[in-house]
Design a protein. Structure first.
Length: 582
């Protein structure tokens, strides 16, 4: 019997390819959006974690100073401490002119102290030695001014050859670097980091304008040694764990990532409407055949089982298509998310999309679950209808009309839950629950509101559109099982579109008010820099002096930002020139 029912379902799906396609489309879109956003979130954070792992290496702790970094004298004092391995580091992300302003991550290290921390720290070693990791240039990087070793993949990507000169933008000035060797692609491929340039720390100090200072000191030390160091260090220096940097960025991106996740769940939720409508059409088209099967002895449980099995089969196919579409979508979303994070938070470089089996299983499983949930009501309708009623189309609509009031009361319940959650929860998930409850309340109220509106609109339609208008209005109520779902889906889509539009407009209005009150100049100049170096990038004093001497310039408002860290959180000190403040 079950084999006969499966054949019955298969022939119906083959006869109605459009309905089958719409159902698969609803499943695939939901799964694709969820997977695409999840992969974008995960790959963006993975890229940042890789960059942190590359530049921090095996350091257990780091010493950070003020805005200018750590003075050489303090760095030398740290190096003299017993039983503590330490290495100075300078780090900067600069635009490279020869690479069409692509980002180049410059890492200045001391090759004689850095070997215990990073696998590429032995810059001075001969390339033929057992531990060598670099091609020719390891020694030149120590003795030639401005010499750097650059990632092999970066050089190939931009057509840069050995002995070429690179110009990197530091603040408002171009500084020259000389390529004396390349870091093998195999080494950085293992690390997932292909835009690295390594130089001696003295070169970094000179090129980046940090003479007498280093950005940080990397440490390998036990907990007892760290405690002793913390007590001996001046208050201007602080010891932090490298993982703290990743955690801070993760905390900053928490709301951003949750908003994207909520959007992916919304895509699945909207897709459920399409699945539900398609499965409902399937049931309606087969009501007569289902009634005949009931007369032949097929039990309600068997009918419901075949309906769910059909949904499961469609869910598997649709979810698999969604995984393929999701991976293709992730190529765009990951690049977009990485670009947004780079502009607003920390520098990230798009390095491709890596598949995550866990995320694929999550999207696949939720796609199947959404399909089964959306199919449950049509399957129950197919199974619970008696053989006599199954052959009559009107029985379904009469039952839909009776259920309208019950759904409205269910909507009232969801509304009360939304009100309670609004007043008693303050978390993101609480807010998401409020939004979901309001949406479900509106959906549940749709059938009853549709009946009420059609009664009010019937005389108006008759007056202005005649009998065709009256038939169209009454047709909404006559086919309530289908029209209510379509109205609810349209209502939900428009409400989400409107809410997002209002949110964006509100943000823009706030920014416009701020800009109009704070930024009153005619022209603005800023030093170019990526997110990692944006507060380090400064306009050269010579340029400021030149501009102030121009007759066309009435006044110059200098604006500077310095980043500090207080109790594990970044704070920003903003300085302005007092002579132009009104």
């Amino acid at each position: 019997m079950f084999r006969l029912l499966r054949l019955f379902n298969y022939r119906h799906l083959r006869r109605r390819p459009l309905e089958t396609f719409l159902c698969l489309l609803g499943i695939a879109i939901g799964v694709a959006v969820m997977l695409g956003i999840d992969l974008a979130n995960e790959n963006a954070m993975a890229s940042f974690r890789r960059s942190v792992a590359v530049v921090t290496g095996r350091a257990t702790h780091q010493i950070h100073g003020g805005p200018n970094g750590i003075a050489d004298a303090l760095a030398a004092w740290v190096l003299r401490q017993p039983n503590v391995q330490a290495a100075p580091v300078i780090e900067y992300v600069a635009a490279c002119r020869e690479a069409d302003r692509d980002a180049l991550h410059i890492l200045g290290v001391d090759p004689f102290l850095d070997a215990p921390f990073r696998d590429f720290g032995a810059l001075a070693q001969n390339t033929q030695s057992r531990d060598a990791r670099f091609e020719a240039g390891g020694l030149q990087v120590l003795i030639k001014p401005g010499a750097v070793l650059v990632s092999e993949s970066f050089l190939k990507k931009h057509g840069i050859a050995h002995d070429d000169t690179l110009h990197v933008l530091v603040g408002s000035q171009w500084r020259a670097l000389f390529v004396v060797g390349k870091i093998p692609a195999t080494l950085l491929a293992q690390l997932g980091f292909d835009h690295l340039a390594i130089c001696d720390i003295s070169t970094a100090q000179e090129v980046l304008g940090k003479i007498g200072y280093v950005d940080r000191m990397d440490l390998i030390a036990s907990a007892q040694q760290i405690t002793r160091l913390r007590e001996a260090l001046p208050p201007t220096l602080q010891i932090v764990a490298p993982s703290g940097r990743t955690q801070r960025v993760d905390d900053m991106l928490h709301s951003f990532r949750l908003n994207l996740t909520a959007l992916s769940f919304l895509a699945v939720f909207v897709g459920m409407f399409l699945i539900y409508n398609t499965m409902l059409f399937t049931v309606m088209h087969r009501r007569r055949q289902l009634g005949i099967l009931r007369c032949l002895g097929v039990t309600p449980r068997q009918i419901m089982g075949t309906a769910l099995f059909e949904a499961l089969a469609l869910g598997v196919v649709g979810a698999l298509l969604g995984l393929v579409l999701g991976f293709a979508l992730a190529q765009y979303t990951t690049k977009a998310v990485s670009s947004t994070i780079s502009q607003l938070y920390v520098f990230l470089k798009f390095e491709g999309v890596a598949l995550r089996p866990v995320l694929m299983l999550k999207a696949f499983g939720l796609g199947l679950l959404a399909t089964l949930v959306a199919t449950a009501l049509p399957a129950f309708e197919a199974a619970s209808t008696s053989a006599a009623l199954a052959v009559r189309r009107s029985s379904l609509e009469s039952r839909a009309g009776k259920w309208a009031l019950k759904f409205a009361w269910l909507g009232v319940l969801w509304m009360l839950m939304a009100v309670l959650a609004y007043f008693f929860t303050a978390s993101f998930w609480g807010g998401l629950f409020v939004a979901l409850s309001l949406g479900l309340a509106a959906i549940c109220a749709t059938p009853l509101l549709s009946i009420w509106l059609t009664k009010k609109l019937a005389p108006i339609s008759l007056k202005h559109a005649g009998q065709p208008g009256l038939l169209a209005t009454r047709g909404i109520r006559a086919a309530l099982s289908r029209t209510a779902v379509a109205i609810a889906a349209l209502m939900l889509s428009l409400s989400m579109l409107l809410s997002m539009r209002l949110m964006i407009t509100s943000f823009r209005s706030t920014i416009n008010v701020w800009v109009n009150h704070i930024l009153e100049g005619d022209v603005y100049l800023a030093a170019s820099g990526f997110a990692t170096a944006k507060w380090q990038a400064k306009i050269a004093p010579e340029l400021i002096a030149f501009l102030s001497q121009q007759p066309e310039v009435e006044a110059i408002d200098l604006y500077g930002v310095t980043e500090f860290e207080y109790r594990g959180k970044p704070i920003y000190l903003i300085a302005i020139s007092a002579e132009v403040v009104k």
